[in-house]
Write a protein that binds this ligand. Structure first.
Ligand SMILES: Cc1ncc(COP(=O)(O)O)c(C=O)c1O
Length: 379
């Protein structure tokens, strides 16, 4: 069954009249790109995650790419990354000419294994990119301690975790650079962003997203009002005002979105509590998860994951698998000589993994239907 024919997708944007009105309003103004709404969105997002600065960009991938460039990651550098993530978490390192070095994840939270990370640190290591998997934050205190000891830059790929927190600190305020994706299946929908408390990173990010263009009053005075210089090789990764208006409107609803996501997570947990053959996503003490996905593991001896996946798809339920560990992709195997069994926890998880639908618009009766079909498949 193709994704378009599914009765229930695994994720879906949540757009209401308020969002549509906000976009329409911008369309009637003079500015639809590079206008004042972008800055307003950035201020709201920085305030929500409790960070000093926010630079919006066109996607989560652009955010990762620019975060690496702002951190000065380049040829000869190594960056440590958990193999269990969306491939963008590693591709961004290659865009900068550096080498991604993979590590395994913890079996419970599926976030980066810090003891293994420590072992992989070399003279060439410049940064760690940790992923707050499914919305569950990594162990940031331990990561910060490690990064401080080895003078490494910490990048948080928080594409799944807008609204999550770790020991009462908002995700977005902890790492040196935090990247967000606002792809339609994520907690809010628009482009992407990077938050930081470091002014130098912020200034660099703003140039890099806009072709590397640098303007200043002193340059204008000296050469003329039109003048700008190019300090770094940049890109056109800017967010439009149309997207920023959508972002502001979506962010205004985030508490409601997170509440609904957590209700769906709790309802699944309760329904499957006594069901044999499943491992459910857990929220550890001191963590608060704005769940992006609901990844379960099929450990039943009655049905294999592939059969389970096909059965639910036939029932019109848009299950997914998050993710194929990155080192297992042909490109990465060929380029860096990775092999099967290099990272046993992530690979075992991958063999058993299945993501159930979780999004704000998931109706109670649809979730009941999913729960029934899952139980039925395990019988
Ligand atoms: C962990 C992770 N990193 C990066 C990305 C890339 O984000 P985007 O699709 O907005 O480019 C995604 C989302 O797809 C993701 O899930």
């Amino acid at each position: 069954m193709s994704d378009k024919d599914l009765k229930i997708p695994y994720g879906h944007q949540s757009i209401d009249q308020q969002d549509i009105d906000a976009v329409e309003k911008v369309l009637r103004t003079d500015w639809i790109t590079q206008g004042p709404v972008v800055e307003k969105f950035e201020k709201s997002l920085a305030s929500f995650v409790n960070a000093k600065y926010c630079a919006s960009v066109s996607s989560g991938t652009a955010a990762l790419h620019l975060a690496c460039l702002a951190a000065d990651i380049g040829p000869g550098d190594e960056v440590i990354i958990p193999t269990l993530s969306f491939v963008a978490s590693a591709n961004c390192v290659l865009y900068c000419g550096a080498k991604p070095v993979f590590v395994d994840v913890y079996d419970d939270t599926l976030t980066i294994n810090i003891e293994e990370t420590q072992k992989k640190i070399s003279k060439k290591t410049k940064a760690i990119i940790a992923v707050d998997f499914a919305g569950h934050p990594a162990d940031w205190d331990k990561l910060k301690k490690l990064a401080k000891k080895h003078k490494l830059i910490l990048i948080d790929d928080a594409s799944h975790a807008l609204g999550s927190s770790y020991r009462s600190k908002q995700i977005g305020s902890i790492a040196d650079l935090t990247t967000f994706s606002f792809h339609p299946v994520k907690t809010i929908t628009t482009g992407g962003a990077i938050t930081t408390n470091n002014k130098n990173f912020y200034e660099r990010l703003k140039r890099l997203r806009h072709h590397g263009i640098y303007k200043s009053d002193s340059l204008s005075k000296k050469y003329g009002g039109w003048f700008y210089d190019i300090k770094d090789l940049g890109y056109n990764f800017r967010l439009t005002d149309i997207q920023a208006a959508l972002g502001i409107s979506q962010l205004a609803q985030i508490e409601k979105f997170i509440k609904k996501r957590r209700q769906i997570w709790q309802r699944y947990n309760k329904a499957f509590d006594k069901t044999h053959g499943l491992i459910l996503p857990v929220e550890k003490d001191n963590y608060f998860c704005a769940w992006h996905i609901y990844p379960i593991r099929i450990i039943s001896n009655k049905i294999a994951r592939k059969e389970f996946f096909d059965k639910l798809r036939r029932a019109g339920i848009g299950v997914q698998v998050h993710y194929i560990p990155i080192h297992l992709f042909n490109f990465y195997k060929r380029k860096f000589n990775y092999q099967n069994n290099n990272f046993p926890v992530a690979e075992k998880y991958y063999q058993q993994a299945l993501t159930l639908p979780l999004f704000v618009g998931l109706r109670g009766k649809d979730q009941e239907y999913i729960i029934r079909e899952v139980k039925e498949a395990l019988r």
